[in-house]
Design a protein around this ligand. Structure first.
Ligand SMILES: C[S@@+](CC[C@H](N)C(=O)[O-])C[C@H]1O[C@@H](n2cnc3c(N)ncnc32)[C@H](O)[C@@H]1O
Length: 216
């Protein structure tokens, strides 16, 4: 994804690591492959024992990378900011106990020394909505943090072209920012719409591929 962002001409500024301890390991056991071997039962059992605990090469993922990129500034960062009100970060926003905004973020409590530097407190479980069956809903607090970090005023527009159940949009709404959300799955947009308390869609003025739809 970062290569594609770079190819599109944006400047990669950094990569956040959002790390957590709760995630399903993706590595697969070997039973399925062993069962399909054209060998006798005993040799399969021997192999099973020899390779006990060995799995396909997928380490359990305990972080999600978040690419941070921007358009090439026109002139200096300051000149660009004065013209477009974007392109700087707000270092008044703090993480954990007074940490200068940095590129590691945690949402769950892990250990006091880590929490005090990197924790962005997770809001309660009801934030997703009972009806929300999206598989990868992001924490609202994470989205709010990122929006606060890079948007200067309430005139800022947050675009989420893969908005799913609308967490980024909801974060923008809570921060009084304007927002545009796009998703290929209209069912997800219905969920997002519900979470946002009702919006119009599709927005005909935005050019989308025919299978996409948009909330604003
Ligand atoms: C990781 S999920 C976003 C989850 C969202 N942040 C939330 O909290 O609910 C990515 C979304 O991208 C959508 N998507 C995938 N390909 C797309 C495309 N080509 N155009 C628009 N949306 C797409 C999927 O339907 C999915 O809802």
């Amino acid at each position: 994804m970062v290569s594609a962002i770079d190819d599109a001409g944006l400047l990669i500024r950094d990569c956040f690591i959002w790390f957590y301890t709760q995630n399903q390991p993706k590595a697969m056991g070997l039973n399925h492959f062993i069962n399909r071997l054209n060998e006798d039962f005993e040799s399969k059992e021997t192999l099973r024992k020899e390779l006990s605990g060995w799995k396909t090469p997928q380490i359990k993922s305990c972080f999600e990378p978040i690419a941070m990129a921007q358009k090439k500034p026109e002139g200096t960062f300051l000149e660009n900011f004065r013209r477009y009100q974007v392109g700087l970060i707000n270092t008044n926003i703090r993480v954990g106990e007074e940490m200068f905004p940095c590129n590691i973020l945690t949402i769950e409590q892990i250990e006091p020394n880590i929490d005090k530097c990197f924790l962005i407190v997770k809001p309660d479980k009801s934030e997703k909505g009972e009806y929300n069956n999206h598989k990868t809903v992001k924490p609202l607090s994470l989205c709010e943090h990122l929006i606060k970090l890079v948007t200067y005023s309430e005139d800022s527009i947050i675009l989420d072209p893969f908005c799913g159940s609308g967490t980024t949009l909801l974060a923008a709404k809570r921060l009084n920012r304007r927002y545009i959300g796009i998703d290929i799955n209209k069912e997800y947009l219905k969920i997002a719409k519900k979470r946002l308390g009702g919006l119009d869609y599709p927005n005909k003025s935005i050019k989308l591929r025919k299978e996409q739809a948009c909330l604003f």
